[in-house]
Design a protein around this ligand. Structure first.
Ligand code: FBP
Length: 565
């Protein structure tokens, strides 16, 4: 089937066609991945049944979560265990919908393949609908019926283009009503929401809403985000993190060799990861850069922009003494948001932008507090402009658009100039800026992400088939061979806490930030001084799909699981 093409959209639904992929124009590597067979955890390979654990609580404020989720709060998590064949072959014809929500992450197509194959294997005659363009597809009832021919060219391939994604939220009563109408129209037994912390919170609200309205539609979430900040004991990692970090590590390794080859550049590399610095930390562990900034540490130590600049300049000066006028510096995308004085400035700017006209004469600046105004005036004009850009739908600064790496180059340059004049720096400095972000979100999924996603999807199918709702598909014991991976579903309400917004409690799945007491950060902290002055660069090269390292897991995961020291 290597040369098959995808039908353009689904005429039956009346939806606009999706330009499909044509496998005949795939590269040899892409083609070889199409038929790469995926191992399943052994519990999914033969007869299994679903058993319930003890009642659950919440990650914080259980009383408030109980009020927000009266139907679902306290429900147990579920585990798949070997059972008899009658229990797992329901014979039911299920109608299931699936949606991709939020930013792309390698492996999403395999979650869909996993759901599809589960239905083929265990519930013959079932239907899988793919909602197009994210949650808006549910609200507008835009879908495509997925069949094996449609899915095939996307197996083990990156991207979310099979059905595309979107960042809309289902939150108002009207939007919930639209979702109900779609569920009724398509007679849905279940819906799988593939998304990050916000999307899984939304999945749980949908599950609660459907249950309270006595709809038969059940909802299961799947943990997705390259940022790696949706994780807990039962959900050890979000998919996409592994592949994205391996792609960035290859690129970082390349600029390391470039730096060493010419000896004349400092490469300032900003890495994606909106809030948490997991990607930056993982890439540091994979490549050993000279300087790595971790946002959570910056916040913990309450560092100012000047402190951060001085730290970088100090290392550059010491390296110059050793004869190195080059290096590689990793910066997390969310850094700017972790610096307390910048946070203060941003929150004042948010208020001003929400309520005032920002006049060209700059009168609006009078509304800034003294300290914020001083900081604002200190920033390069390009960064000032980026801080004033349109906010995202949640009112937040779009950190992906703030070129922190360029700002730091300018600030470090100015600082080094001063030191030169005082004779305390005799080197030469030339910064090169990079942002590695979108490049990592749609690459060919690593063996780990391919297999993990397939198991997450297969498990989601099994959970829906056994009538479960409000759970997130959970696959564990990931350091063991795939056959020994555990499979189940964790109660979404058990991951939730509340935040007070506009005078009301809102449920949230708390983002998992880098823990400064956690094994990955501690390992990095124990090695960073050595990496700063002695060049210990590692250039891991491209992701391997066969051979000895092809199944390797991320350092973060291995360290968190206590498998790597
Ligand atoms: P998700 O949390 O939805 O997975 O998206 C994460 C992310 O890739 C961040 O790393 C980045 O800041 C953001 O998306 C970029 O968003 P957009 O795709 O809207 O530009």
């Amino acid at each position: 089937m290597g040369s098959s093409s995808v039908p353009n959209g689904d005429i039956a639904t009346g939806n606009l066609p999706v330009p499909g992929r044509v496998a005949s124009v795939y590269s040899e590597v892409q083609n070889s991945r199409l038929d790469h067979s995926l191992p399943l955890p052994s519990v999914l390979k033969s007869a299994f049944k679903v058993i319930d654990g003890p009642p659950s609580s919440a990650a914080g404020n259980p009383d408030e979560i109980a009020k927000l989720f009266p139907c679902l709060f306290g429900q147990p998590s579920a585990m798949l265990v070997p059972g008899n064949s009658a229990e797992c072959l329901s014979g039911k014809n299920l109608k299931i919908g699936v949606v991709l929500s939020g930013g792309q992450a390698p492996g999403g197509h395999n979650v869909i393949s996993g759901i599809f194959d589960y239905l083929q294997d265990r519930c013959k005659g079932s239907t899988l609908y793919g909602f197009r363009g994210g949650p808006a597809g549910i609200m507008k009832c835009k879908y495509v019926e997925l069949n094996s021919q449609f899915i095939y060219p996307y197996r083990n391939q990156g991207g979310f283009d099979m059905i595309r994604s979107g960042r809309d939220k289902i939150e108002t009563p009207e939007q919930f009503k639209q979702a109900e109408e779609t569920a009724l129209k398509l007679d849905l037994d279940g819906l799988v929401v593939i998304g990050g912390d916000d999307s899984n919170t939304n999945a749980c609200l949908l599950a609660e809403n459907f249950r309270s309205k006595k709809l038969k539609t059940k909802v299961i979430g799947c943990p997705k985000t390259i940022d790696g900040d949706l994780k807990c004991k039962e959900v050890p990692t979000s998919f996409g993190f592994d592949t994205a970090c391996k792609i960035y590590a290859e690129m970082i390794g390349n600029v390391m060799i470039d730096a060493r080859s010419t000896g004349k550049y400092y490469h300032f590399v900003r890495l994606m990861g909106r809030a948490a610095s997991h990607i930056t930390l993982e890439c540091a562990l994979q490549t050993h850069p000279n300087i790595t900034l971790i946002g959570e540490e910056v916040a913990d130590k309450k560092l100012t922009l000047k402190n951060v600049t001085d730290y970088i300049a100090d290392v550059i000066c010491k390296r110059a003494e050793h004869g190195f006028n080059y290096g590689v510096i990793l910066i997390p995308e969310g850094l700017i948001d972790f610096i307390p004085e910048v946070q203060q400035l941003i929150s004042e700017l948010n208020e001003i932008l929400a309520h005032d006209n920002v006049d060209e004469g700059g009168l609006w600046k009078k509304k800034l507090k003294d300290q914020s105004l001083q900081l604002f005036e200190l920033l390069p004009p390009a960064i000032q402009e980026q801080l004033m850009l349109e906010r995202d739908p949640h009112g937040n600064v779009q950190v992906a658009k703030i070129e922190t790496e360029k700002m730091l180059i300018q600030m470090v340059e100015t600082e080094l100039e001063k030191r030169k004049q005082k004779d305390s720096y005799k080197g030469h400095f030339k910064g090169q800026s990079h942002f590695f972000g979108y490049e990592g979100r749609c690459g060919l999924p690593s063996n780990f992400d391919s297999t993990y996603c397939y198991a997450l999807g297969y498990a989601a199918g099994a959970l829906l088939n056994s009538g479960k709702t409000g759970l997130i598909s959970s696959v564990g014991n990931l350091a063991a061979p795939v056959e020994e991976w555990t499979v189940g579903g964790t109660a979404l309400t058990s991951l939730m806490d509340v935040e007070r917004r506009h005078g009301k409690f809102k449920p949230v799945i708390k983002k998992a930030m880098v823990e400064l007491e956690g094994a990955p950060f501690k390992k990095f902290a124990s090695l960073r001084e050595e990496w700063a002055l002695k060049n210990r660069y590692i250039s891991p090269g491209p992701i391997q799909f066969i051979g000895p390292v092809s199944d390797s897991l991320s350092h973060t995961l291995l360290l968190e699981l206590g498998v790597q020291a």
